[in-house]
Design a protein around this ligand. Structure first.
Ligand SMILES: C[S@@+](CC[C@H](N)C(=O)[O-])C[C@H]1O[C@@H](n2cnc3c(N)ncnc32)[C@H](O)[C@@H]1O
Length: 196
């Protein structure tokens, strides 16, 4: 049941450091594409003033539940089935939406649904945070991310490392304003927007 991702172990602490800085308000944090559930446990433990709501497609929920059961944290909710391609999200309102290493996995249509769905549910001044690799118009993609992009596209031609400018455009179209863009280990970025 309990899946384990080595990359989660490597990136959970640097990501938590950013989340501690930006998720200062109490409230519900909706995580999209929670994966194994390791991040949900680490972030709920590290951010005791928020309620962490993990979600993913149904196949991943047993692992998230197993991590949650073991951790026994009062501020970590049971995982919910949230597929970006199903019309309805099981959460109506959130103080923040967090989505890690998922924008390059889903198709562009999925990315657009993420931004539209998050913006609809965020409270005013609420935050959408994403983490992963991004391309920028003013500099070449890092060789490790070029290779990763080729690997992603060989697996699923609709996936791939997204252009920052496209993602930021999707955010602006949904009333979100860029609030931060920070370099992270292993050529990843933390990007976050606030709802106008
Ligand atoms: C590379 S994994 C990242 C998982 C986790 N956030 C992490 O950093 O380890 C991508 C995640 O996107 C989820 N995902 C894929 N398609 C999805 C969809 N249509 N709706 C919601 N999540 C999706 C996968 O199930 C998976 O958990």
């Amino acid at each position: 049941m309990k899946q384990s991702s080595p990359s989660c172990e490597r990136n959970k602490e640097p990501i938590l450091a950013v989340l501690r800085e930006i998720l200062v308000e109490p409230g519900l944090v909706l995580e999209i594409g929670s994966g194994s559930g390791q991040h949900a446990v680490h972030f709920a433990r590290g951010l005791p003033h928020v309620i962490w709501q993990p979600t993913d497609v149904a196949a991943n929920l047993p692992s998230i539940s197993a991590w949650r059961d073991e951790a026994g944290l009062a501020n970590l909710r049971a995982p919910l089935d949230l597929d970006l391609f199903s019309g309805d999200w099981p959460v109506r309102a959130a103080q923040a939406v967090v989505c890690i290493n998922t924008v390059h996995i889903v198709s562009w249509e999925g990315v657009k649904r993420l931004f539209a769905g998050a913006a609809r549910r965020l409270a005013p001044r609420g935050i959408l945070y994403v983490y992963g690799p991004y391309r920028y118009a003013d500099r070449p993609l890092e060789p490790s991310n070029e290779e990763f992009d080729r690997w992603l596209k060989a697996r699923d031609p609709l996936s791939g490392v997204r252009r920052f400018e496209d993602v930021n455009c999707a955010a602006m179209e949904n009333g979100l304003t860029l609030a931060g863009d920070r370099a992270m280990p292993a050529n990843n970025r933390s990007l976050w927007w606030t709802r106008n």
